[in-house]
Design a protein around this ligand. Structure first.
Ligand code: BTN
Length: 252
């Protein structure tokens, strides 16, 4: 499906190392645990994860058939609690899929990539104990697991193999890495926010806002220049939602 030499042959940017694992608890965890040993611009790829993690403490189902990778990157800004790496990574993933497979992807604020209304990919960016380093974790459903997606997500999940020939992923992984590294030094969202907004599949949609223990109905109105989401509640009050502790679901 992919191999180290082919990935390296196709990468244009500087790269420190590629580690390919049959299994990891989580590729983000793998990097965190070895943060003092790994150099920036390294990628860790796992064929499956036993404890894949998503945003807000959720688990991320990671069976064989998916692509689970984390990139350890440098940056030169103050990104603590910022959504910017996630926004940049989301655009980088969409561009890589379009460039390699000619498939258009939407973005569901803030960190999910969708094709035709179904989730293909989730992104989890985490800061590290080393100043100016960040872990960008990306999980993509490449093919449907042999036993199918579990019932709770079977209606909302999709796989790249439904749309493209995914027999060789080396060029795709290389493109994804290059797209992220091209944007990584500053994670400046000015250059990508228009594309992020144009790819959004939430604007003017009814959504549920998950905040702490509450689930609140709302309508998504606008994504701001700093990638926050303005929503309107049924009583017509508005709120500007930031990345932090909030997630949303599309009302289907
Ligand atoms: C989400 O859907 O909330 C984000 C999911 C992010 C999953 C990726 S897979 C590679 C990396 N390792 C993890 O444990 N999580 C990220």
């Amino acid at each position: 499906m992919y191999n180290k030499t082919e990935i390296l042959n196709n990468i244009k940017n500087k790269i420190a190392d590629i580690i390919i694992l049959d299994e990891a608890d989580s590729t983000n965890n793998y990097i965190k645990k070895r943060i003092n040993l790994l150099n920036s611009n390294s990628i860790v790829i796992a064929k499956k994860q036993t404890s894949g993690r998503g945003r807000r403490g959720r688990s991320f189902l990671s069976p064989v058939g998916g692509l689970y990778l984390s990139i350890l990157s440098n940056h030169n800004g103050d990104l603590n609690e910022s959504s910017y790496p996630t926004v940049v990574a989301a655009v980088a993933v969409c561009r890589a899929i379009e460039e390699c497979y000619n498939i258009y992807c939407d973005i569901k604020w803030v960190n999910d990539i969708y094709i035709n209304g179904k989730k293909l990919c989730g992104i989890l960016c985490e800061s590290t104990s080393i100043k100016d380093s960040i872990i960008i974790g990306i999980g993509i459903n490449i093919s449907t697991p042999p036993e199918g997606f579990p019932d709770e997500i079977s209606d909302i999940a999709t796989a790249l193999s439904d749309y493209a020939n995914v027999s060789d992923l080396s060029k795709f992984i290389a493109k994804l890495y290059d797209n992220i590294i091209d944007l990584a030094p500053t994670f400046n969202i000015e250059s990508v926010i228009d594309e992020y907004r144009n790819r959004s599949c939430v604007i003017n949609k009814n959504i549920c806002v998950y905040q702490n223990d509450k689930i609140i109905d709302a309508k998504a109105l606008e994504i701001t220049n700093s990638a926050s989401l303005i929503v309107e509640y049924p009583d017509h009050s508005k709120e500007n939602l930031f990345y932090g502790d909030i997630s949303i679901r599309l009302d289907i």
